[in-house]
Design a protein. Structure first.
Lengths: 204, 166
């Protein structure tokens, strides 16, 4: 059994307000853009296989008082499994990682990832790497329960969501590139933290 | 690496406002890593590969703090995918300090690829860099790299070579 990623995103989004989100590539980008419109400025939309949870961890290090959410994918996490060992060692207190596992590289038409074999268990790998709270879910109810727990946890928390690979039909495409997304996100962090990150740099 | 060189790196990082260092340790800079670990104002994060280190450093940038990625120059190859996407795709800068393995004078066969590929790779990624072979130039090179990267919002690198690391 597997579930709709979009429905999961709506459930997660309903729990978020001042959290910061970094998310991976593919269909998940446009789905998150539509599933949690109130989080658009507080979400960094990346197109970076293997970067997302590492970036989210870096953000959590820099803002230890803020809850950071990483929306990673099976393909993205498999690209850099080492981040799990780093999270296991570093034990961030404010990082919640969701792995959308649809067992395919959806954005290029659906070739299988390694999780499609049924032998590769990302949550199991995470636990063995020292992230004790790592779970696999395949129902919306269980996903929502883990979101509640993960958003309140003071240890790294990972939920691998087995989703059906059906891209939500009729959704609006995000209309911006990576640089614009970075500025939008950074301005949101600056405003909500009262800091300057990409400030004026003219001195002459 | 001499103690004075290590101290120069730490002074440069302090002047640049760096509070996080991600690293994958190597032999030429081996004295630097425990010094970073011991620096009271720097949190160190050992990583499993340099691409991961680049991504973590990029995440730190987004928080308003400053991070550095420290590694052997071979790490540039491992990090190229991440650096290209972070820097060219999203305008998220990473400042790197790397040892110059494989430069003229190298006597390890396995290090030759590192020297041959480093500068062309930095060029391919359009990353400005300064090769520092004198200890008295280390501190300012680090300060300059951060100044540039936080103006350009793109990566830069300080490469420690010559008598600085041998």
């Amino acid at each position: 059994m597997s579930m709709s990623r979009f429905a999961c995103m709506q459930a997660l989004g309903a729990r978020l307000s001042d959290e910061l989100v970094i998310l991976s590539l593919g269909g998940a980008v446009d789905e998150w853009f539509n599933a949690a419109p109130h989080m658009r400025e507080g979400s960094l939309f990346q197109q970076q296989l293997g970067c997302v949870s590492a970036e989210a961890f870096g953000l959590s290090v820099g803002l230890p008082h803020r809850r950071i959410v990483s929306l990673d994918t099976d393909g993205g996490l498999l690209f850099n499994l080492g981040i799990l060992a780093t999270l296991g060692n570093e034990q961030p207190q404010n990082l919640f990682v969701v792995v959308w596992d649809n067992e395919q590289y959806q954005s290029i038409g659906g070739p299988r990832t390694h999780t499609a074999s049924g032998r590769v268990d990302l949550a199991g790998i995470a636990r063995a790497a020292g992230v004790d709270n790592a779970y696999t879910v395949d129902t919306l109810e269980a996903f929502d329960e883990h979101c509640a727990a993960g958003l309140a946890a003071t240890v790294p928390y990972i939920v691998v969501a087995k989703t059906d690979g059906v891209l939500e039909p009729g959704i609006k495409r995000k209309h911006s590139d990576g640089r614009e997304d970075t500025y939008t996100f950074v301005r949101h962090v600056e405003r909500t933290e009262g800091i300057s990150i990409m400030g004026p740099s003219e001195h002459n | 690496m001499q103690k004075t060189g290590v101290e120069a790196v730490l002074r440069g990082l302090e002047r640049a406002g760096v509070s996080v260092a991600t690293y994958l340790p190597d032999s030429l800079l081996k004295e630097l890593y425990p010094a970073l670990d011991a620096a009271p104002d720097i949190r160190t994060i050992p990583v499993t590969n340099e691409g991961e280190g680049a991504a973590i450093a990029g995440g730190v940038f987004l928080s308003g703090k400053r991070a550095v990625l420290v590694m052997e120059n071979s790490g540039l190859r491992a990090a190229t995918e991440h650096l290209a996407r972070l820097g060219l795709g999203s305008g998220i800068p990473v400042v790197m300090i790397m040892s110059y393995r494989g430069e003229m004078g190298e006597n390890n066969w396995w290090a030759i690829p590192h020297g041959i590929t480093m500068e062309p790779l930095l060029g391919a990624l359009r990353i400005p860099y300064r090769v520092v072979r004198r200890e008295d130039e280390i501190e300012q090179a680090i300060v300059d790299a951060f100044e540039w990267s936080y103006t350009a919002y793109y990566h830069s690198a300080v490469v420690l070579g010559g008598e600085v690391v041998r």
